[in-house]
Each structure stands twice: as C-alpha cells, then as structure tokens.
Ligand binder design. Sequence first.
Ligand code: HEM
Length: 178
Amino acid sequence: NNNVDSPASHSLDFKDQNHSVAGSFHKLEGHGELNEQMRMIDLTEADLNLLRRVKPVVEQNIDYIIDQFYNSVLGVNKLEAIILEHSSIDRLKTTLRGHILEIFNGKVDDEYIAKRLMIANIHKKVGLEPKWYLSAFQNLQNVFIRVIYNETNDDNTRLRVVQTVTKLLNLEQQLVLE
Ligand code: HEM
C-alpha cells in the first residue's frame, strides 16, 4: 500500500514477542558498576534488538523530534544564549540527529559509553546545569512517546517500545549525571 495520503502507518507490531528474558541483561567487559546500573533498569539484549527494529520509524519522524526538542530549548532565554555563544542551532540539530539515531543502532559498547561521557563533559563546559539537561530529556521523552503511540496500534507493542526507549534515555541521563 503506497498511499501517500495515509497518516502514520502503525508500522510497529511486536505483540507476539515476549519482553525481557531473564538472564539476558546487557553487559560490558570491565564496567562493573555500569553493568549493575544496566541490570537495575532491566536493559536486555531483547531491548537492543527492539531498538534496531524501531529505527526506521524513528528515522521517519526524526525531523519532528528534533524540531520539537529545539523549540522547547529555545523557549528558554538562558539556553538559547548558551547555544548562540558556543554553537549554532543548525549545527546542534545535525549533531543531535546523529546522536539520537545512534541510540537505535542498539549497540551499547565501550565507544557508545565513552562518547556519551564526552558529550556530558561538553555540556558541563558550556555551563548547562543538570536541571536543564534533565528537562531537555523529558521533552525528548514526551515527543518519543507521542511518536510511538502514533506508530503502533496495540497496547503490548506500545508498552514494550516505550519501556525500551525510556530505558535508553534513562541510561543517557545516568551517564550525564555521573
Ligand atoms: C553539543 C546532545 C541538551 C547545548 C551537543 C552534542 C550532542 C548533544 C550530541 C554534540 C557534541 C559534539 O560536538 O560532538 C544533547 C542531548 C541533550 C542536549 C542528547 C539532551 C537531551 C542540550 C541543551 C542545551 C545544549 C538543553 C542548551 C543550552 C549544547 C551546546 C553544544 C552541544 C552549546 C555545543 C558545544 C560545543 O560545540 O562547544 N549536545 N544536548 N544541549 N549542546 Fe547539547
């Protein structure tokens, strides 16, 4: 069905799949405490698989997600000032887009973790306080949940995808607050 007029296509349907399987928590070599954090939020290999399956839908909606994000950030004068002093909106839109799509590669490895710690540092340097960082994450989460709701049509799939995506957003926040 190539009907271009059809609205959001309910293209995700994972209701047949069981959620987290005990014993398959995601682990990384040499990251004792981080592994415990990931276990605590129940981040499993099944979640990482699911992210990869969700990626095309995120790609379809990425402009909307990024626009909503920057509209809310730019609504705060203090944050707009930080951006204009250190970067530009166009530049940040491009980097955030890459950053978000990367989450949906479902590849949480050393490089992924190191990159996020580095980005946390960059934000520290530009003087972004944690309260704004966390507000920005909630905004991102609100938009994600809206998109997931639009793109799914059964409760189990919605629950699964929302749980998975919020786990990854929470992991980002844990790394930032470290
Ligand atoms: C840089 C992500 C929130 C301001 C970046 C970069 C990423 C990123 C991926 C690029 C780092 C690089 O150059 O490699 C995020 C995420 C956020 C967030 C995931 C929260 C969900 C914010 C907020 C502000 C902000 C709320 C508001 C001031 C900046 C600035 C830079 C930057 C100014 C550029 C720093 C520089 O290039 O020197 N951010 N960001 N970010 N972000 Fe954020």
